[in-house]
Write a protein that binds this ligand. Structure first.
Ligand SMILES: N[C@@H](CCC(=O)N[C@@H](CS)C(=O)NCC(=O)O)C(=O)O
Length: 206
């Protein structure tokens, strides 16, 4: 198995954290998705990370599809469920959706800056719309933070919320519009002591 990844992508982090929790602690194969890496191009027509190459060569793409594969192939009770008991799944997925929406707005902002440079995409009408998605997504998750467990095996909502919080700090930590989210901060601090989170924290490669 090979995980094509980079050091910053929040989608990579969701997939990697989930994989580690399901017992697959695979050192990532670092690629630059923007450099048209041949391995990435061959495996994923979208040329994006994460891309997980299974042992039989099957390429899995899209972070949440990788999570689906993990849930299907390593199900509870032999493996921890990332969705929790049936009565909690809707809430877990609803909170995950909020986090993923804000994560997508963040990565679109970072990616589209490459298109519009030297003009800053962030201040355009669409850029401001994406900012609103980030701000409102973080605020809504902050309001629901107490529903996200902080101990035991993390569920998908915890993985996505911490991934969002840390990515926002990395990319937009100096921006005045970034809302204060003390509950999400505490959630991130709690989970980042766990190996699957600590090993996947994003950093800017030099
Ligand atoms: N929907 C995809 C998004 C993956 C994605 O956008 N990855 C970015 C890095 S954060 C990438 O590889 N971008 C390269 C490109 O867009 O060409 C997922 O869930 O995995």
């Amino acid at each position: 198995m090979q995980l094509l990844a980079n050091t910053t992508s929040p989608f990579v982090r969701i997939a990697r954290t989930a994989m580690i929790e399901k017992g697959i602690d695979l050192p990532p194969t670092l690629v630059d998705p923007w450099a048209d890496d041949a391995r990435l191009r061959a495996a994923n027509t979208a040329a994006r990370v994460p891309t997980l190459l299974l042992d039989d060569g099957t390429p899995l793409t899209e972070a949440l599809l990788i999570v689906q594969w993990l849930e299907a192939t390593r199900p509870a009770p032999d493996w921890p469920s990332l969705l929790g008991p049936a009565s909690q799944v809707a809430g877990v997925l609803a909170r995950t959706g909020i986090a993923v929406g804000a994560i997508e707005a963040s990565t679109i902002t970072i990616i589209t800056r490459k298109v519009t440079a030297p003009a800053l995409f962030d201040e355009t009408a669409v850029g401001l719309r994406r900012r609103r998605s980030m701000v409102e997504g973080m605020q809504r998750l902050e309001a629901q933070a107490e529903a996200i467990a902080t101990t035991g095996v993390p569920l998908l909502d915890a993985i996505a919320a911490v991934t969002l919080y840390d990515y926002q700090q990395l990319r937009f930590g100096d921006q005045p519009w970034l809302p204060a989210t003390p509950r999400l901060k505490a959630l991130a601090e709690a989970w980042n002591t766990r190996p699957s989170f600590a090993a996947t924290r994003p950093y800017l490669a030099t």
